[in-house]
Design a protein around this ligand. Structure first.
Ligand code: 15L
Length: 260
């Protein structure tokens, strides 16, 4: 039997990290994006569509065992754009999953859902929402939709409050908040395969020496990070800036305002 996983926003940065890392014999990745993904493999299918298009999402969800929802803006934007693409576009993903009978959704939330919390050590799991931007509000909305679709319709929903998912950290905050591409693959694989997660919100961060965000919740679903940003410590500017005192870093800064 083929396992089919729908990946929204598959042509984006994290989609590019995940595709080779989630490839398994017997698994097909169905790549949905408005952009065309590069180097499409034999075990990949392409759907060109926007996450805002409910009919397209329902069609793309047919026959899928799980959805990984990465689609949408990955940073701050004007409210209208956040509303249409990130908030409505996340509603469509959950609603399409429900209509198509998909049992599990892995939602790429963000630390910015809780970005105005102080970056104490440790920052616990289950931190209540405290968004630092409209982008963060959209991630809170996505988590709330996940909670609703779990409680009302029984979907398994794993929300990942992802940190700085890049090839490498580039600043002092990143030494604490980095999620390596390989650990991102491990975290999403655990989210896809752990038995009956119910509804969960966990931090998405590597095993960084300077990590503050708790990993107990992610550990419970089977995530075992293997990377540590410290190996890059000599390459980055290690001087902290004022906004490093917030979970969301510069997104929580006074001068960080939404584009009109
Ligand atoms: C995010 O959610 C963003 O997508 C990314 O661009 C970074 O800003 C990251 O968080 C971060 O907090 O480092």
């Amino acid at each position: 039997m083929t396992e089919r996983v729908l990946v929204t926003g598959a042509a984006g940065r994290i989609g590019g990290y995940l595709r080779p890392r989630l490839a398994r014999p017997g698994r097909t990745l169905r790549l949905l994006d408005i952009a065309t993904p590069e180097d499409v493999g034999a075990d990949e299918e392409v759907v060109t569509a926007s996450v805002t298009d409910l009919d397209a999402l329902v069609a793309a969800s047919a026959g899928a065992d799980a959805v990984i929802h990465l689609g949408g803006h990955s940073g701050e934007e004007a409210w209208d754009h956040i509303l249409a693409t990130n908030i409505h576009g996340t509603y469509t993903v959950f609603e399409a999953a429900r209509r198509a009978g998909v049992r599990r959704v892995v939602f790429a939330s963000s630390n910015h859902a809780a970005g105005f919390h102080p970056a104490v050590d440790p920052v616990p799991d289950d931190l209540p929402p405290r968004p630092d931007t409209y982008y963060g509000v959209s991630k809170v909305a996505g988590e709330a939709l996940g909670s609703l679709y779990h409680d009302r319709y029984g979907l398994d929903v794993v929300c990942l409050r992802i940190g700085t998912c890049r090839e490498r950290p580039t600043d002092a905050r990143g030494l604490s908040t980095w999620l390596s591409p390989d650990d991102c693959g491990r975290l999403v694989e655990a989210s896809l395969t752990c038995p009956s997660p119910g509804f969960r919100i966990v931090w998405g961060v590597s095993a960084n020496t300077r990590r503050r965000w708790a990993l107990a919740g992610a550990h419970e679903i089977g995530y075992r990070p293997q990377d540590d940003a410290e190996v890059f410590a000599d390459e980055v500017d290690r001087r902290p800036v004022d906004t490093d005192s917030y979970v969301g870093g510069e997104f929580a800064g006074a001068s960080f305002d939404a584009p009109a």
